[in-house]
Structure formats: C-alpha cells, structure tokens
Design a protein around this ligand. Structure first.
Ligand SMILES: [Zn+2]
Length: 62
C-alpha cells in the first residue's frame, strides 16, 4: 500500500500557495484561498482528517 501524504498541511501552518485545498478525510471538505501567507484554518467539525492538501492551484503570477 502506498499512503503518500506528501503535502498535507496542518491547521495553523502558513499557506504556501494560493488555490483550493481539500482535507484528507475523504469527505471533500474544501478550503479555498487566494492569499498566500495566511494560516490554514482548523478542519471542519465533522472532519476526521489531519490536514489540508492542495487540490487546485490558482494561477501563479505571470
Ligand atoms: Zn474533511
């Protein structure tokens, strides 16, 4: 089995890149930000995941 949690960001960590993040509990809780440098929010209440994973990066600065 390959459970690669390569880029999971814990709540409270600095957002490294803007875009849409999805938690890793598998229930499609999403968090979108267009401000890099913010901190990740706590996971939603019924969420059993441990962090946020980048799902869709937003456009980088050209
Ligand atoms: Zn979740």
């Amino acid at each position: 089995m390959s459970n690669d949690d390569d880029d999971v960001h814990r709540p409270g960590e600095i957002v490294p890149a803007s875009g849409i993040y999805e938690c890793d509990c598998g229930r499609h809780h999403e968090y979108s930000t267009d401000v890099k440098g913010h901190r990740f929010p706590p996971l939603h209440d019924p969420c059993t995941g441990s962090g946020w994973r980048l799902k869709t990066p937003s456009h980088p600065n050209p």
